[in-house]
Design a protein around this ligand. Structure first.
Ligand code: FES
Length: 174
């Protein structure tokens, strides 16, 4: 495999034509190319599952935005993954309302079922578990988000049942 020197990155040698077109489209509807940074990160993540250092440098080259600035955006926006993640990324809310309504038992059940801790991915690559600040469902806590779907009023049982369903759906899709 060709080795890429990220410091002399030429985005055309790294990003696909589809990714470039999608990022250019986002840049064209923003006031500045800088403002397209977050959308560019999302485009790459959508195609590659996460945003590697190489991807970050390629986006920097394409948009002419400093890498550090993009890194700042990626760090701030917790739905941008800077490490490989599983097929399903669980964002479990760990803010106050969820703590008061049973987060601990939901978290224990998820950890036990998946046999992973926060920040880890299951051996089969199906699930990654992440903690998240308030998901805006405090009146329906405890809550979690997987992909774009929100799940509320969780119990230890309902959370595990949901993961079982997702795991078996994945097997059917495979
Ligand atoms: S505190 Fe968990 S959704 Fe708001």
């Amino acid at each position: 495999m060709e080795t890429i020197d990220i410091l002399t990155m030429d985005y055309q040698h790294y990003l696909t034509a589809t990714e470039i077109a999608a990022i250019e489209h986002e840049a064209s509807i923003m006031e500045t190319r800088e403002a397209a940074g977050i959308e560019a990160l999302k485009v790459v993540q959508e195609h590659r599952g996460w945003v590697s250092d190489e991807s970050l440098f390629a986006i920097s080259d394409l948009l002419a935005v400093p890498v550090a600035q993009l890194e700042g955006v990626a760090t701030f926006y917790n739905l941008i993954y800077r490490q490989p993640v599983g097929q399903h990324v669980i964002h479990l809310c760990d803010s106050i309302a969820c703590h008061l309504t049973g987060l601990d038992s939901v978290l224990s059940a998820i950890k036990e079922y998946l046999n992973i801790d926060y920040g880890q991915t299951t051996g089969d690559g199906k699930f990654t578990l992440l903690s998240n600040a308030c998901l805006g469902s405090c009146d329906k806590a405890p809550a979690m988000m997987i992909g774009t779907a929100h799940y509320q009023h969780l119990t230890a049982e309902s959370a595990v049942e949901l993961l079982q369903q997702l795991a078996s759906k994945g097997e059917l899709d495979d």
